[in-house]
Design a protein around this ligand. Structure first.
Ligand code: NAG
Ligand code: NAG
Ligand code: ZN
Length: 489
């Protein structure tokens, strides 16, 4: 009787669950409750069968008084084994973590507790109005929001948080350059470090210098100082760490002024640019500082080759570096900023299952019946253009390659792109900026990219916001004041 009661109870619950699920058909998270649904159905079926068999057994035992018992036990052992196998199959297909979370929190409660935790954290956030003694600026080259999302899913699933995603303040940056809707690293790094928008391909100079115009770049009025230069002027030390060449377009605007990012050494310079100094010589001969700006430059390189997994892996590597910086410093005096110079054309396509690999297959296209990957690019190099020309029924057609026949989990796999170019191009979307520490709240909205310079200068009281004067100037002012006072009395 107890068994029957339990079965009825479960079936009622199942019906409720089913109604709930129908209400949320469009919700992509419905998969979660269907896990519980499956388990409960299995349990209910198990209990009903037990009830029926119990009746048969009691009847048989009553009639024969012996013999049945053994068969009955064997039947139950076989049945339980089958049930456990079915249960485990459900577990593994739908990811054990979700099933366990579901059993413990039961659907709505789980989501509510997630949101309540976030609200609690948000209510704890206080503005830190101190002056930043140290500033660490992480620039993930080409690390657009989709790259960050893919890195998050890769690292710990959809609800995971990367180290910098736990920072209390976040904004968006508009990355366009003075002349282009979509920038390159040279002009976007100039915006971040020197506070002005420049022309594509130029660095450390303002927009009066067209790309590759050596003569225009010789005009020192066009030169812009970087945060590193201002920090040195304020008597601070400053340095840079990069996974690229130190003369590459992203770090170069910290110390150099050049009409072309490709003038890294003399050999790369055209004959009509001979009176301009190459970027390497500017670093060695003109820059007073020695070896913190940290760049993860390989994210961009991997994206240019269309290798999303390598780019995502590099993003995770940068996240580890951010974590180290967070662990080594204090919120009291160190402003940590994580951002990017520009995006790439990486997209995350619909509708892969929760918990599946972000580098895997999203599904089959109902249009051409060929699988497609979760990640793809808008514009890409030859390796990203995965269409074959085939003759079908005497007609020439371009046919997409079947990705499930390739190792999409490989670091060298190149995701498909829609538009063929010589290499994967940058994207023009906004990038996120994450901040913690003194004046981190200045990053709170949709900002211009070159605002980052302004906000850092303000937070650290350097450059345009330095408390004014160096010690020598202060001594001169003080002496003048004293002399004036003496003269007055
Ligand atoms: C394709 O063209 C060839 C030669 O013109 C013809 O013999 C054949 O029937 C055509 N096949 C189809 C499927 O139309
Ligand atoms: C699509 O990919 C799945 C594996 O993800 C594979 O089983 C299936 O055969 C593929 N479909 C086609 C049309 O190749
Ligand atoms: Zn690039």
């Amino acid at each position: 009787m107890v068994t029957l009661f339990l079965a009825v109870l479960l079936i009622t619950h199942v019906v409720e669950m089913k109604e709930l699920e129908q209400l949320r058909r469009d919700d992509s998270d419905a998969a979660m409750s269907s896990v519980v649904f499956t388990i409960i159905i299995l349990l209910a079926v198990l209990l009903i069968i037990k009830f029926l068999v119990d009746i048969v057994f009691i009847y048989a035992a009553y009639k024969e008084k012996c013999g049945m018992m053994k068969k009955y036990c064997i039947f139950w052992i076989v049945f339980l084994v089958l049930f456990i196998i079915a249960f485990l199959k459900t577990l593994f297909q739908l990811s054990a973590g979700y099933v366990i979370a579901q059993i413990l929190f039961l659907d709505q409660k789980y989501w509510k507790s997630l949101a309540e935790k976030e609200l609690e954290e948000a209510l704890q956030v206080r503005f830190n109005l101190r002056t930043a003694k140290n500033v660490i600026l992480f620039v993930g080259d080409g690390m657009g929001p989709n790259t960050v999302t893919a890195a998050r899913i890769y690292r710990g699933g959809e609800s995971h948080k990367l180290a910098f995603e736990a920072f209390p303040h976040v904004g968006l940056l508009k990355t366009y350059s003075a002349d282009k809707m979509v920038p390159d690293s040279a002009c976007s790094a100039t915006a971040l470090f020197s506070g002005i928008k420049a022309n594509l391909g130029t660095l450390g100079v303002d927009a009066t210098v067209p790309q590759s115009d050596c003569e225009a770049s010789l005009n020192k009025d066009a030169w812009v100082d970087s945060l590193a230069a201002y920090a040195l002027k304020a008597g601070k030390s400053s340095g840079l760490v990069t996974t690229m060449r130190v003369t590459h377009a992203t770090p170069a605007p910290l110390y150099a002024h050049s009409a072309s990012r490709s003038w890294e050494c003399e050999a790369n310079m055209p004959a009509n640019a001979k009176q301009c100094k190459d970027i390497a010589r500017q670093l060695v001969e003109d820059w007073p500082g020695r070896d913190l700006h940290v760049e993860g430059g390989k994210i961009d390189m991997a994206h240019h080759r269309g290798r999303a997994k390598t780019a995502v892996d590099e993003t995770v590597a940068m996240e580890r570096a951010v974590q180290v910086a967070v662990d080594m410093t204090s919120d009291e005096d160190t402003l940590i900023i994580v951002t990017s110079d520009h995006t790439h054309t990486l997209t995350i396509n619909g509708y892969p299952e929760r918990g599946s690999s972000v580098f895997g297959i999203a599904g089959v296209s109902p249009f051409d019946r060929i699988n497609y990957t979760t990640l793809s690019y808008g514009a890409g190099g030859p390796g990203s253009f995965q269409y074959d020309i085939k003759t079908i029924d005497n007609k020439t057609r371009s046919v997409r390659r079947e990705p499930s026949k390739e190792d999409t989990e490989s670091y060298h796999y190149e995701q498909i792109a829609a538009i063929p170019l010589d290499e994967n191009s940058h994207g023009g979307g906004d990038v996120a900026v994450y901040a913690k520490g003194p004046h981190a709240h200045l990053f709170h909205s949709v900002h211009e990219q070159h605002y980052v310079f302004q906000a850092i200068a303000y937070a650290a009281k350097i450059g345009p916001y330095s408390s004014g004067y160096t010690i020598e100037v202060n001594i001169i002012l003080l002496t003048t004041a004293v002399l004036l006072l003496i003269k007055l009395f």
